[in-house]
Design a protein around this ligand. Structure first.
Ligand code: NI
Ligand code: MN
Length: 225
């Protein structure tokens, strides 16, 4: 992995050599997104679950293009039927892609597509490439088994929701960071809509008070790995 770029809400982009990987590409209708759909392209999309603010523009970005969508089985089959190339996985499974090893983890949330189709279980995503591991928790509640994820993977960067209402809020995300033993935490899934307003600087203070690093990213900001 060379770079990680944040595009607002839960949309992150990973650059690895010539590969571009979009995670949860919510562009149209995302008031925080810094890029236009017309200017966007990638080789891979990884989806945490089917909700519209994560599924986003997946079909437009991938249909009829050389783009592979990695998602849980039910979500993959839904996309297959729309003529999208997919790679189905499920919770606990890992697979080596050219850009790195992807493992799907548990997430405690729900999952359906924007048209209401059941989309299986939601997931978190661990990506290991070279010596770096990045964790994108997807939408989730705090749960105790995050400790197990932290015990079995040495996480360099964890992207965790802090917006409350649909997911963990600030205090639960601080507890999650502790369980995950991640080196640096990046807050996501907040301030996109009124119902998920959260104070990222309050989150940063609380993360620093447990001896961890917190990186508050603005859309367009990047991490060089
Ligand atoms: Ni969701
Ligand atoms: Mn969401």
């Amino acid at each position: 992995m060379d770079r990680i770029i944040y595009h607002g809400h839960s949309f992150i982009e990973i650059k690895h050599k010539n590969d571009t990987v979009y995670i949860d590409p919510f562009i149209e209708g995302n008031p925080l997104c810094d890029i236009n759909l017309a200017d966007s392209s990638c080789n891979y999309i990884i989806l945490t679950h089917g909700h519209g603010d994560h599924f986003g523009d997946t079909v437009t970005l991938s249909k009829g293009k050389d783009v592979k969508v990695i998602a849980t089985a039910e979500l993959s089959y839904y996309l297959d039927a729309k003529g999208v190339k997919t790679h189905a996985m499920n919770l606990g499974g890992a697979y080596d892609f050219p850009f790195g090893r992807v493992k799907l983890t548990l997430a405690h949330h729900s999952s359906s597509t924007p048209d209401g189709t059941y989309a299986g279980d939601p997931a978190g995503i661990l990506i290991t490439s070279g010596s770096k591991t990045v964790f994108h928790s997807g939408d989730t509640a705090l749960f105790y088994d995050m400790k197990l994820i932290g015990e079995t993977s040495k996480i360099d960067y964890a992207f965790l929701p802090i917006g409350d209402n649909f997911t963990m809020g600030v205090d639960d995300a601080v507890k999650a960071a502790e369980y995950l033993k991640a080196d640096t935490i990046v807050p996501v899934h907040y301030n996109t809509f009124d119902v998920i307003r959260a104070d990222a600087h309050d989150f940063r203070r609380k993360i620093e008070s447990i001896g961890k690093k917190c990186l508050v990213m603005n859309p367009g900001d990047e991490i060089k790995l």
